[in-house]
Design a binder for this molecule. Sequence first.
Ligand SMILES: C[S@@+](CC[C@H](N)C(=O)[O-])C[C@H]1O[C@@H](n2cnc3c(N)ncnc32)[C@H](O)[C@@H]1O
Length: 290
Amino acid sequence: MDFGQLTSFKAYTEKALDQLVLADNPDVEKYSLAEVLNKVILGNSLEVLKKLPENSIDMVFVDPPYFLQLPKKELRRWKVKTLVEGVDDEWDKFGSFAEYDEFISRLLTEIKRVMKPSATIWVIATYHSIFRIGKIMQDLGYWILNDVIWVKTNPMPNWLGVRFTNATETLIWAVKDRKVKKYVFNKELAKEFGIGKVAANVWVLPICTGAERLKDDSGKKLHSTQKPLELLRRVIITSTREGDIVLDPVAGVGTTGYVSWALNRNFIMIEINPKYVEGIKRRFQENWPE
Ligand SMILES: C[S@@+](CC[C@H](N)C(=O)[O-])C[C@H]1O[C@@H](n2cnc3c(N)ncnc32)[C@H](O)[C@@H]1O
């Protein structure tokens, strides 16, 4: 993706990089906006969100654990029998649907408090959890504006051939409550990737592969669910203005903050896993688009 076509982005300087990460201090009760702006907070978002100022965020992007509930036994490809590297991370494991719902509900409750009255929120998930998340959002008073269907041009094949290949994820786009009318929707930009001349709710684009994908020291994917830059570009340009503050409370390897910064928006990211936070740092340092 060529950010340069969209904006004259600011270089992320060594000094800024030094100050990119803020480890949450359990003794601190509140953070000012200045303390957390354009920072990655290493910590548990259920705790950290409570410390952020209320009504301060313009847009939230949430890509929560999926609770995929994969079978215990390993999955091997049909015929060739090589191992399928799915999402099998500790952060995706919950004891039950009730436990998962509790986590999502607490997260969305804390998020609502920090959203400005005009803010919007995007939540992305697969069929495993998006329906539960939608219900929880409605129960919490969020008002759904759209569901946007991301059609993947290169989905993970269904190796066992026992059901359709799942080639979509759903993004729910919502406001804090149904009375909110003044939120940002850049319709003209949305038409750029709609259907014909219509700013439609179907986005066709590939999953994150190749050079864009962050790798660990052994050359394996650093994060199993890193989202494509282009997906975040669409989210950000359609629902924010330059200078806005974008929050991602489950940041992974920081795709949201990275694209926000490239598009002249501010960001606040929270991630619990130090390994991914290191990845974010590396990304801002090495992969900055020239
Ligand atoms: C689906 S991934 C997000 C991927 C991200 N969108 C990207 O492009 O890299 C969800 C992330 O939430 C993080 N996470 C889970 N529980 C958390 C919590 N309580 N606080 C902060 N981060 C959490 C996990 O470590 C994981 O990296």
